[in-house]
Design a protein around this ligand. Sequence first.
Ligand code: ITT
Length: 214
Amino acid sequence: MMRIIFATNNEGKMNEIRDILDGMDIELLSLKDAGIDIDIKEDGETFEENAIIKAETVCRMTGEVVLADDSGLEVDYLNKAPGVYSSRFLGEKTPYSVKNKYILDQLKDVEGEKRSARFVCVIACSFPDGRTVTRKGVLEGYISKEIRGTNGFGYDPIFYVPEYNCTTAEMPTSDLKNKISHRAKALEAIKEVLLEHMAQRKSREAKHEDSNSK
Ligand code: ITT
């Protein structure tokens, strides 16, 4: 079984990731599970840059295969804010009830299509041989008119998905949200990368055993 560290301190994310990768032949550890206490400075300007910074930092520290995601909410009316600053928006420790209310207030006179927004997630996968690959997932939607729902985390209570006529906080997390989310899409793509890596590793091991037995 391959060990993979997912470099996050966000429990909400980790729960979703466990659900989505369930069934793969991997041992998935959070930073806490791996005994790593680190607050990585995310000073990139894009989701890609930040995901790479997180994955490569932990990969260099541990020598393990490391995944990291950088994600956030882009609100078109706010020039794509909070974007890469989503978790630091209005202050890292500010409760999401306050952040969400602030965004609703900013959009209080804005109607229809102008309320468009998206969740973006970029996942980076770093291998001990120095390679890093990234994959991106996007979920399009709108900022709701009010705070709705208690599932999920972060900005879920104000992110409305028209196809399902509800916010992502009103969706059963392990069921619907994890099938359609930005994170699910990026993880599905990363799954392919991991499967290829595992197949290559198996074939190298088989060749090694074969040459040892000769
Ligand atoms: P790590 O860096 O430790 O992974 P973080 O919470 O700081 O945790 P990010 O830097 O990726 O993670 O910030 C992403 C923020 O974007 C997150 O804290 C939420 O506010 C928001 N966000 C991302 N995905 C979300 C989702 O599925 N639902 C609601 N909010 C989300």
